[in-house]
Design a protein around this ligand. Structure first.
Ligand code: HEC
Length: 108
């Protein structure tokens, strides 16, 4: 009985750890750097220009492309490569983290 209680407790502790880890998928990201890139590299400017809507629209429209963290990383990388913005991998991570915190709120 005691052993069972202990095992249950351990299981809950493990589950809490896992969900805490999931809550922030970019634990090492520098959000201030991500925000700066979002404006300095004209991410926001081009998105508003292309959609004729505010900067949030492209990330919040009903048929947005990003549904998972995988998509988010892929799109940031795609925009970066396609447009030759020459972001370092850490910068891609930071801007993805910024967009996730501000718009997508994805955990997986
Ligand atoms: C020259 C224009 C341009 C620039 C600069 C640009 N993008 Fe984009 N981006 C687009 C267009 C156009 C789309 C929409 C593509 C689509 O709908 O298939 C897009 C889509 C995206 C999406 C997916 C939005 C969704 O549907 O959920 C993300 C994320 C994104 N861009 C990130 C970035 C980041 C980060 C930067 C800057 C580092 C950036 N983009 C710079 C043109 C641009």
């Amino acid at each position: 009985m005691k052993l069972y209680a202990f095992a249950t407790q351990a299981l809950f502790a493990a589950a809490a750890l896992v969900s805490a880890a999931h809550a922030n998928p970019f634990p090492d990201a520098d959000l201030a750097n991500g925000r700066e890139i979002h404006y300095a590299k004209r991410c926001a400017a081009c998105h508003t220009e292309k959609t004729s809507m505010d900067e949030a629209f492209i990330h919040t429209r009903a048929d947005r492309k990003v549904r998972t963290l995988f998509d988010l990383r892929r799109y940031v990388s795609l925009c970066n490569m396609e447009l030759k913005l020459e972001l370092f991998p850490e910068d891609e991570r930071d801007v993805a983290a910024y967009l996730n915190q501000r718009f997508y709120k994805l955990t997986q």
